[in-house]
Design a protein around this ligand. Structure first.
Ligand code: ADP
Ligand code: MG
Length: 328
């Protein structure tokens, strides 16, 4: 069981940022309205994610740590995946590669805590806790020094953490987020919950993360085709940059780096931009979960659409239309 968890862990947890991604996704799934992330030494020494979501009952804590124990799906429903989690792999994987402590409390229950080290579970103990969940992961890869060696500098790992948390924060404007480097006692970023309708909340959140300059100069995109919608903001061709530009893409609320979507983006701007210049965008594709397979890889940043050509067409025409409306 420990060996299986370590193999699974290799797929789910490549680096501190991927551990944080799993924990923050769990917090989002738990209905949290505030998520606080901390790390030390680029996440190698400490990762901690605290949320105010639904919590886990004391009697369910051990179950949450066991492989393929997910509360989010039953076997009959594999094609209808709404929440981030659907494999029940993250917590056992984290417990296999680091020293994991899960402290939690439901709205009506009392706080409890469970530790996992080397895949071994401690007894559940009472613990003081506000309603919600705190996952603390210490000494990632301490038991697998070979993997530890593949990690990059603290600085590079911290950069990857910030990137992951920012992407998740962009997709969830109604949730307050903070990211703190406790090693250096530095607040990396902090965003309040945005109010109002979807577009204005998104505008506010993107302004905080991508910069006011981006949202003030971007065109709103709002297109739909055969039950698939495309919304968000697209930079004007004149706002394009070189290779390091921010292109943020989401499918059903999940940050993705999908080849099909990036290709469609290039197609939409092909008349305006040369190949080495890229538009800044934050675009959200939403569709029925049965029309997209997010189960391609455990790290889940690639997706497979049931009808890729239609999705590509939606993006190209939706963006061209928005650009034309803006006079391009
Ligand atoms: P998955 O997210 O795929 O279900 P995980 O291993 O990430 O699998 O989590 C296992 C289970 O633990 C979840 O299904 C959920 O019931 C519970 N859980 C994990 N994190 C949280 C959290 N932050 N708040 C509430 N419940 C949680
Ligand atoms: Mg999960």
């Amino acid at each position: 069981e420990t060996a299986i968890n370590q193999i699974a862990a290799g797929e789910v947890v490549e680096r501190p940022a991927s551990a944080i991604k799993e924990l923050v996704e769990n917090a989002i799934d738990a209905g949290a309205s505030r998520i606080d992330v901390e790390y030390a030494d680029g996440g190698k020494r400490l990762i901690q994610v605290t949320d105010n979501g639904c919590g886990i009952a004391a009697e369910d804590l051990a179950l949450a740590m066991s492989r393929h124990a997910t509360s989010k799906i039953d076997g009959s429903d594999l094609l209808n995946i709404q929440s981030f989690g659907f494999r029940g792999e993250a917590l056992p994987s984290l417990g296999a590669v680091g020293k994991l402590t899960l402290t939690s409390r439901t709205a009506t229950g009392s706080g409890a805590e469970l530790q996992v080290m080397g895949g071994k579970l401690s007894p559940v103990r009472p613990a003081a806790m506000q309603p919600g969940t705190r996952a603390t992961l210490r000494d990632l890869f301490y038991a697998t020094p070979a993997r530890l060696k593949f990690l990059r500098s603290d600085r590079a790992e911290a950069q990857a953490i910030a990137d992951v948390v920012k992407r998740l924060a962009m997709a969830e404007p109604a949730i307050a987020f903070s990211l703190r480097d406790t090693g250096t006692d530095r607040m990396v970023f902090q965003v309040q919950a945005e109010q109002g309708d979807m577009f204005s909340a998104l505008r506010g959140r993107l302004g905080q993360i991508m910069g006011r300059d981006f949202v003030d100069n971007a065109i709103p995109v709002d297109a739909e085709r055969e039950g698939v919608s495309l919304t968000g903001f697209a930079g004007l061709p004149t706002y394009s940059r070189g290779a390091a530009v921010a292109q943020y893409l989401f499918v059903n609320g999940r940050p993705v780096r999908d080849k099909l979507l990036l290709g469609a983006l290039r197609g939409a701007y092909a008349d305006f931009l040369s190949r080495d210049r890229h538009p800044a965008v934050a675009l959200f594709v939403e569709c029925d979960p049965t029309l997209v397979d997010v189960n391609v890889h455990p790290a889940k940043s690639e997706v497979r659409f049931r009808e890729p050509a239609m999705v590509r067409g939606l993006i190209v025409s939706g963006l061209r239309h928005a650009l034309a409306e803006a006079g391009h």
